[in-house]
Write a protein that binds this ligand. Structure first.
Ligand code: HEM
Length: 439
């Protein structure tokens, strides 16, 4: 493909995914549409909860100019589990010439996490085939076997903080723990870790809609760089396979199971990026919540068996992935309304997690909450997070070890939020370790 063709494809892709959508969103936001406001309003990124309550006040399923939106736990759960919806838009349902243009604009060199054939947007039978190949590495039992290694990584990273009075915890710990774990699972060389982190950080807005051309270009550069690096990584594993998950995928003997190069890159890229871009937020938000609620931290220090529940309460209270969406495959009756074929339903996970019909006093952070695990932060149905057990383990080991080893840890001024809308967490998190330095 020539450079000129690549550039035209990129323009067309931006036009479809962001340009047209961005225009519609800005127009709808001016007319007071809540979903559109959630996309354009920077205040919503800082604190999305007031808008969720406005949606809740209007009903379980609220029609808008772009589609329906819901913060009802019942309705979100039903949509995610329903066979009447699919996770990505259906090319086949578009008018022929448009579908052809959309397909043409896709560039295998620039496959993002929500471009097909990413697991996140494909449906059976492809989804079943991809997921079966990777899921055994992430079962609860397989993940529990990683506990000792996760603990060792956490200890090693925290050794590095012993002599540092003030540090950005996101940079030194919250990002490093999950990226180290997932890169080991995927056979990535330690010297490539920082590069992978950089691609993840710069590519994270690819989950958001309505990006400006400038934002889209910089995301595209990151995604392209990531894909190029991934191609090299997979080629290396083909030459020198190890006993990691990706080596197993690239050396699959069975013709019927084997993934082609694009499928392989999509599966590997998503598992790798999803493996750290989300858990970093769990660790960052968890640290802030526990330091801001010393009574809750005291409960955990007193009774460490509460840790797994505390991690679920953190996930409930500050969903690292705030929102996802589904498209109706046919006409659907839902919560007393009709969703037409192709219609969009935006499921606000962070809002469903604060539904008072399910969670008593939902705005209270309570590590002893009995049903904390009923949160929807890992989505539901077919696309339920593949890495949920691993994320819970990293959350538990990562936070417990940090707060056990640094009992005087304190938030320092100046923390900043990530500017992404779908992913919610801290970009920087300065803390004081309050270690007395000897010598
Ligand atoms: C706190 C950490 C995490 C959170 C909150 C989270 C959240 C989610 C959510 C909400 C989805 C589904 C989106 C949808 O339904 O549209 C998802 C899917 C997925 N997650 Fe996670 N995730 C986390 C950690 C991980 C980790 C550690 C991995 C590494 C293996 C991972 C791998 C995946 C994959 C591969 C999918 C796609 C599954 C599918 O579509 O079948 N996630 N995650």
């Amino acid at each position: 493909m020539t450079a000129a063709t690549t550039a035209v494809r990129r323009r067309v892709r931006w036009g479809f995914q962001h340009g047209v959508v961005g225009l519609a969103v800005r127009r709808a936001a001016r007319k007071g549409d809540l979903q559109a406001t959630s996309i354009v309003d920077p205040g919503h990124r800082a604190n999305p909860y007031p808008l969720y309550e406005k949606v809740r006040a209007r009903g379980d399923l609220v029609p808008g100019r772009l589609g329906h939106v819901t913060v009802s736990h019942d309705v979100v759960n039903a949509v995610l589990k329903s066979d009447d919806f699919r996770a990505g838009p259906d090319d086949a349902a578009m008018p022929g010439p448009l579908a052809r243009l959309v397909r043409w604009s896709r560039d295998p060199g620039s496959l993002g996490p929500i471009d097909p054939p990413s697991l996140l947007v494909v449906e059976p039978p492809d989804h079943t085939r991809y997921r079966r190949l990777v899921s055994r590495v992430f079962t609860a039992r397989a993940v529990e076997a990683l506990r000792v290694r996760v603990q060792a990584i956490a200890d090693e990273l925290l050794d590095g903080l012993e002599s540092t009075p003030e540090v950005d915890l996101v940079e030194a710990y919250c990002s490093q723990l999950p990226v180290t774990v997932i890169t080991e699972i995927l056979g990535v060389r330690p010297e490539d870790r920082d590069k992978v982190l950089g691609f993840g950080r710069d590519g994270a807005p690819s989950l958001d809609v309505g990006l400006t051309w400038k934002q889209f270009e910089s995301v595209d550069i990151a995604v392209r760089g990531f894909q190029e690096w991934l191609g090299g990584h997979l080629a290396r594993l083909r030459r020198e396979p190890g006993d990691d998950l990706l080596s197993q995928l690239v050396t699959l003997e069975d013709e019927g199971q084997r993934l082609d190069e694009t499928e392989l890159r999509a599966v590997a890229g998503l598992v790798l990026a999803a493996g750290f871009e989300t858990t970093v937020n769990l660790l960052g938000s968890g640290t802030v919540l526990l330091l801001e609620h010393p009574d809750q931290l005291a409960l955990l220090l007193d009774d460490p068996s509460l840790w797994p529940n505390a991690v679920d309460e953190i996930l409930r209270y500050e969903a690292p992935v705030q929102v996802t969406a589904r498209f109706a495959l046919r006409e659907v009756q839902l919560a007393g309304r009709v969703v037409h074929p192709g219609g969009l339903v935006v499921t606000m996970l962070g809002g469903a997690n604060r539904d008072p019909k399910v969670f008593a006093d939902p705005n209270r952070f309570d590590v002893t909450r009995e049903n904390a695990r009923e949160h929807l932060s890992f989505s539901g149905g077919r696309h339920f997070c593949l890495g949920a057990a691993l994320a819970r383990l990293e959350g538990e080991v990562g936070l417990r070890t940090l707060l056990d080893r640094f009992p005087d840890l304190e938030l320092a001024p100046g923390r900043t939020r990530r500017t992404t809308r779908v992913l919610r967490g801290w970009e920087t998190l300065p803390v004081r370790t309050n270690r007395v330095l000897v010598g």
